[in-house]
Design a protein. Structure first.
Length: 133
């Protein structure tokens, strides 16, 4: 599947690891919608919008795409009836945090994740849950 291969390459660039089996799951599961985002014909990111109102993971090829991808994902969630949404955002990505706060989101809790080395590029990635980086 071409799209899965492109998403996997994007994950390797942004997260440092591949997860094609998760992309296969999300594309075939009725409780998740995987959205792909393009600039002309070039894949620039993706997001997963869950039926449980959780948005994530979200990945972008460039930092400047991340806020827009998140905004479009939130709007998609609203269109399918998710008035209440949950996003796990890395606090060091100030632009995304500010954008979400301006859109009416609030900080539900603050969690500090510490690691001996960087696992992903937070300027281009929002995790799907706290157990994953």
């Amino acid at each position: 599947h071409k799209l899965i291969n492109r998403l996997t390459k994007l994950d390797i660039k942004v997260r440092g690891t591949a997860r094609p089996e998760e992309h296969f799951f999300w594309t075939g599961d009725d409780k998740h919608t995987q959205l792909a985002f393009y600039d002309d014909k070039t894949l620039v990111g993706y997001s997963v919008v869950g039926a449980t109102a959780r948005i994530g993971p979200v990945a972008a090829t460039k930092p400047e795409y991340l806020s827009s991808i998140l905004a479009m994902s939130v709007n998609y969630g609203l269109e399918i009836g998710q008035a209440r949404q949950l996003i796990f955002v890395n606090g060091e990505n100030v632009e995304v945090v500010q954008s979400l706060l301006q859109s009416g989101f609030h900080v539900e809790e603050a969690t500090v994740v510490m690691a001996s080395e960087r696992f992903s590029d937070s300027s281009r990635y929002v995790p799907g849950h706290l157990a994953h980086y």
